[in-house]
Ligand binder design. Structure first.
Ligand SMILES: [Fe+2]
Ligand SMILES: [Fe+2]
Length: 135
């Protein structure tokens, strides 16, 4: 079966091991969905929500430990996507909501992931590397 989202090393590997591992795990769960089965979409998004809480808490602990200046913007972005995931899961009670959930999973979540990695997470890694933080 073709993967919904290919792993693209230049874009998805930021050269910081602990974060790279979390991002790879995210894509593995994301790709394990059967997009034609709404129960599978709900199940995978629920797992991704739990995984993202762990993933974001790890990044936020690094920000706090090393005094990352734009931590508020980055944390706000994390909270926004967690709220969004929960919103679409809640919406999936109706058939309209299920369509919205599927579209969110297929289109918006993966583009959010790419954008977040190439902007905020890359910036955080760059900062950590200047601090000589070992990943
Ligand atoms: Fe991340
Ligand atoms: Fe992040």
């Amino acid at each position: 079966m073709k993967k919904l989202k290919e792993f693209e090393p230049p874009k998805h590997l930021l050269q910081f091991d602990s974060m790279d591992e979390l991002h790879q795990e995210f894509l593995e769960v994301y790709n394990s969905v059967d997009i034609h089965d709404i129960n599978s979409v709900k199940e995978k998004l629920t797992i991704l929500l739990v995984h993202s809480k762990k993933h974001f808490a790890h990044e936020e602990a690094l920000m706090d430990e090393f005094g990352y200046l734009t931590h508020k913007e980055h944390k706000d972005e994390h909270n926004k996507v967690l709220a969004e995931m929960q919103y679409f899961l809640n919406l999936a009670q109706s058939s309209f909501g299920q369509k919205m959930l599927k579209a969110y999973y297929k289109e918006k979540l993966p583009s959010w992931f790419d954008l977040h990695l190439i902007s905020m997470d890359s910036d955080l890694v760059h900062f950590l590397n200047t601090k000589n933080k070992v990943s």
